[in-house]
Design a protein around this ligand. Structure first.
Ligand code: F6R
Length: 262
C-alpha cells in the first residue's frame, strides 16, 4: 500500500494484466467524480486499459456518458480523417467504445492557423473543466510523456513541438511505408500534465525498461521528462515484468496476481 507520497509502482504479469489493473484504478476514480475529467494518451500502451473501461461500461458498472476527455497530443498537419490522427484514434478506441459524448472529448488542433493560440486555448479549456481527475500516460522509449521530448521544460504548457528522430522511428509502425511520420505535434506540456489530480502511467515490454527505470528511480532530469512524476503527489506506474526489469528496488514494489483485489 503506497503512502501516496511516492511514485507507486505496480508490477503485473503481462500487458493484459497491466490494462486490467489500470482500468480498475481509472474506473474507481471516475466513479467517485460527479463529472469525471479524463486525460487521454494514445499509442499502443493504453489500449488494454481502454478495452477494460469499455467492458465496464458495457456491463453497466461504469457510466462515462457525462465524462469529459482531453487527449494529450496531436500531430501537426495531419488530416483529422487520417486513421492515425489522434482525433481518429481517440474516437475509435475511447469515445465510441466508452460511450462518451463526442462533444465532450477534445483533441489538440494540429491544423490551427495559429498553433500557439490554439494550444493556449486548449490549456484554458482544461482549466475551465475543473482540471483532469485522472491522466492516462504512456512513456516513450526516450522517456517522453505526451510528446514532451527530452529537454522539455518541466513548467511547459500545451504547445507545438518537434518530434525527435527516435520518436518518429518508434511511431513509423503506425504509418504506411510510403507515408512520412509527421515531424511536428501539439502536446500538453509537463506543467499541464502535472496539474492532473492523479497520474496513471502504463507500459509493457523490455523496450520500455530503461525509460521506466529512469522515470521511477533516476535523477529528476529534463533528459527523462517522465521523471517529473517523482514530483507528483499521486502518480502510479503500472507495468509488466519486462518493463520493470531494470528497476533496482524491484523487491520493494507491489506485484499483482491476476484477479487479486488491489
Ligand atoms: C501519445 C503519447 C505518447 C505515448 C508514447 C508511448 O499520446 O502520449 O507519450 O504514450 O509514445 O507510445 P506506445 O504506447 O505506442 O509505445
Amino acid at each position: 500500500m503506497s503512502s501516496g507520497a511516492e511514485v507507486e509502482v505496480i508490477i503485473c504479469a503481462d500487458s493484459a494484466e497491466v490494462g486490467e489493473v489500470a482500468a480498475e484504478k481509472i474506473a474507481g476514480i471516475c466513479r467517485k467524480a460527479v463529472t469525471p475529467v479524463l486525460g487521454l494518451a494514445t499509442g499502443s500502451s493504453p489500449l488494454a486499459l481502454y478495452a477494460g473501461l469499455a467492458r465496464r461500461v458495457n456491463e453497466g458498472t461504469l457510466d462515462l456518458s457525462h465524462a469529459v476527455g482531453f487527449a494529450l497530443d496531436e500531430y501537426v498537419g495531419i488530416d483529422t480523417s487520417h486513421p492515425q490522427s489522434y482525433a481518429q484514434v481517440i474516437n475509435t478506441y475511447v469515445t465510441v467504445p466508452l460511450k462518451m459524448d463526442p462533444s465532450r472529448v477534445h483533441v489538440p488542433d494540429g491544423n490551427a492557423e495559429d498553433l500557439y493560440a490554439a494550444a493556449a486555448a486548449y490549456d484554458l479549456m482544461i482549466e475551465e473543466s475543473g482540471g483532469v481527475d485522472a491522466q492516462v500516460l504512456g512513456i516513450g522509449t526516450n522517456g517522453h510523456i505526451g510528446f514532451n521530448e527530452p529537454t522539455s521544460s518541466f513548467s511547459s504548457r500545451t504547445r507545438p513541438k518537434t518530434l525527435t528522430p527516435q520518436t518518429r522511428e518508434d511511431n513509423r509502425r503506425f504509418f504506411a511505408d510510403d507515408e512520412k511520420v509527421p515531424l511536428h505535434c501539439v502536446t500538453q506540456g509537463l506543467g499541464t500534465i502535472m496539474e492532473a489530480r492523479e497520474l496513471v502511467l502504463v507500459a509493457s515490454g523490455e523496450h520500455k525498461a530503461d525509460a521506466i527505470a529512469a522515470c521511477v528511480e533516476g535523477p529528476v532530469s529534463a533528459m527523462c521528462p517522465a521523471s517529473i512524476l517523482q514530483f507528483h503527489e499521486s502518480a502510479t506506474v503500472i507495468i509488466d515484468e519486462a518493463a520493470a526489469s531494470k528497476l533496482r528496488l524491484i523487491d520493494y514494489y507491489t506485484y499483482v496476481a491476476r484477479n487479486q483485489p488491489m
